[in-house]
Design a protein around this ligand. Sequence first.
Ligand SMILES: C[S@@+](CC[C@H](N)C(=O)[O-])C[C@H]1O[C@@H](n2cnc3c(N)ncnc32)[C@H](O)[C@@H]1O
Length: 214
Amino acid sequence: MGREFVPLFDQWSNNYDLTVTGHNEQYQEVFEDYEKILHSVVSEVHGTILEFGVGTGNLTEKLVAAGHKVYGVEPSRGMIQQIQRRKINFQLFEGDFLDFPPLTEPIDAIVSTYAFHHLTDAEKEQAISIYAKLLQPHGKIVFADTIFQNQDSRRQIEEEVASQGYSGLLTDLRTEYYTTIEVLHPILSKHGFRTNFSRLNKYVWLMSAQKEIG
Ligand SMILES: C[S@@+](CC[C@H](N)C(=O)[O-])C[C@H]1O[C@@H](n2cnc3c(N)ncnc32)[C@H](O)[C@@H]1O
């Protein structure tokens, strides 16, 4: 579920890493400080980690290098082919945020970068309720993604993107399911998480949510 954008990633998989390193002008600000953003996720977690939307494996590689055991989930065949070439020591499953194989091991943290916006807000809540049950007591969800503070800041950023003439980025912002902190924060509280949001660049926020109940 939430797989309507997967064909785009099958096409993009060959040159995705050129975009994250700033070779696509429209997306330069979205991926500004990409390496630091990945490190900020790594620095928030420990133990056994479940990662969604692994893509070409840039975050996965850092998590494994930091000594964590990683289970990864990815729906795009193209991306799966890219990550398999890297020979990273982790277990990869074909799946998505909502539909993935049962895990036999306790999970300390669930992470993802640049991917949660592929779910509608209703699907995001469904995912968070699944993760609340799956995580260990005091386990964490740590996601970095494009999020708007509220509808006013969404409008302001869309106007700026339109004035920059970035029509591809504007279409992306208007067609994928980018949400707001105003929407996400109450959903996380309802499912027992204490959450901090911190801004990492013009578009990307770090969402660090810790489970308060057992
Ligand atoms: C923009 S890429 C991000 C890749 C990587 N996490 C990174 O930070 O570079 C988005 C990834 O999410 C995956 N994706 C798309 N829909 C998804 C879904 N419903 N569940 C999980 N992953 C999804 C895509 O196939 C792609 O690999």
